[in-house]
Design a protein around this ligand. Structure first.
Ligand SMILES: [Zn+2]
Ligand SMILES: [Zn+2]
Length: 412
């Protein structure tokens, strides 16, 4: 379940609901579209129990990281996957609950602390370190695990309110006392002064021409129909995204977004598409021109079931030699589906994809820990899919996906 809370529309002040995956909102009252710009990640505050008040001491908030996504574990038998949706304490402190359990899903959350006088404690541990521990307990394929990766849909912070008074620390949601020592506050002292103003908005206007940008609420890229440019926005500003359509979408076809990521491997093992085919011990004959084709990882830029994700990535990546780029332009057909998975998240799947498609896994999978892949380039490519029964099929690559599965993952 996606976490959400309400926020005032920056234009008219009307209350709008935002999810941790929201990128753009259109206000239901004034109709104005704004880009949603969290600094870092989304932050949610659990509610403080009312009616207890000052007699329990002032409120301070401790941080929990929340991870939601898929973990892939690779061994010589293949790839296992599991869905992760957990919270973990973002501090090295004893006597506090290690996780928040179901509370973030079950309670009304807000984007700001209970009142202006409450303190917000900064995370004392890096999210990446906690994530490593979360991923380690992921699905176990049975054999020695050579690689694990996390394809995150979202990473957020959820704050638990506590009260400290007279040698006792209490959970300010339930008013129960905790075994944490009151000197906890001294030891974690660092209070995050940036707790206010972490969520800002920016008019959804093309930075190149001033036209309205378009994109669904969860779209990680916004598009300008006027000048054909595409953009990612973050707290640092707008970044231009290369976006193109391959082929031509016929009547009723869908244009599904894929990331085409140029890959470099530090030791030079994978420089060309031919190198990649040799690495995965693929049975197809390596042709001479493949030696000169730089290698690209292709992945869906949308959420689907983990197995479908790997299957689509495998089919399109292996078919890269057959694909003809379009005229290098964006084309806005009604069947265009907006990308909801970022290129950075998609890139994380590369080693799992290798384990998934390798023809001789017992030879290939043990090599994974030594390989150091980097991104050379990133491009968003829309491939055209036609209906064939219940499936959507791309003619050039043979990639197919059940249309209902797609719909399921794009609801909400
Ligand atoms: Zn409004
Ligand atoms: Zn424009």
């Amino acid at each position: 379940m996606r976490l959400s809370a309400t926020h005032a529309c920056p234009q008219c002040g009307g209350q709008v609901e935002l999810h941790e995956t929201s990128r753009m909102i259109q206000c239901g009252f004034c109709g104005v579209k704004n880009l949603v710009i969290p600094r870092g990640c989304f932050r949610f505050f659990l509610p403080v129990r009312q009616g207890v008040g000052e007699r329990r001491g002032p409120v301070f908030y401790v941080p929990y990281f929340r991870f939601r996504g898929t973990v892939f574990s690779c061994d010589t038998n293949g790839v296992k996957h599991g869905v992760v949706d957990v919270t973990r304490l973002g501090l090295e402190a004893s006597g506090l609950p290690p996780s928040l359990g179901m509370r973030p899903q079950a309670m009304p959350l807000s984007f700001t602390p209970f009142d202006a006088s409450s303190s917000v404690v900064r995370p004392g541990v890096k999210a990446s370190r906690i994530l490593e521990a979360v991923v380690r307990v992921g699905p176990s394929p049975g054999g020695k695990v050579y690689h694990r990766s996390f394809i995150g849909e979202s990473v957020s912070l959820v704050y638990l309110p506590l009260r400290a008074k007279e040698g006792k620390i209490r959970d300010a949601v339930t008013d129960e006392s905790l075994s944490a020592q009151p000197d906890l506050l001294d030891s974690i002292g660092a209070v995050d002064g940036r707790d206010s103003g972490w969520l800002t908005f920016r008019p959804a206007i093309c930075p190149a021409c001033g036209w309205d940008l378009e994109g669904s609420g969860r779209s990680v890229v916004q598009f300008c129909r006027n000048c054909g440019s595409s953009w990612c926005s973050s707290a640092r500003g707008f970044t231009r995204v290369q976006a193109v359509v391959y082929g031509r979408a016929g009547e009723g076809d869908r244009l599904l977004p894929f990331w085409r990521i140029g890959i470099r491997e530090d030791s030079g093992v994978v420089e060309s598409f031919a190198d990649f085919l040799r690495l995965i011990r693929h049975p197809i004959v390596v042709l001479r021109d493949m030696e000169h084709m730089p290698f690209f990882l292709w992945t869906p830029a949308f959420q689907v079931k983990p197995k479908t994700f790997l299957r689509l990535a495998a089919t399109v990546t292996l078919a890269q030699g057959k694909m003809a780029p379009g005229n290098g332009e964006m084309e806005f057909s009604p069947g265009l589906q907006h990308p909801t998975l970022g290129s950075h998240e998609a890139f994380q799947c590369l080693k799992s994809l290798i384990a998934f498609i390798a023809a001789a896994r017992e030879e290939v999978v043990p090599l994974l820990p030594r390989l150091r892949f980097r991104k050379r380039s990133v491009e968003l490519v829309f491939l055209s899919f036609s209906r064939l029964g219940a499936d959507l099929v791309n003619g050039e690559t043979g990639a197919a996906v059940n249309e209902n599965l797609l719909r399921l993952f794009h609801a909400g």
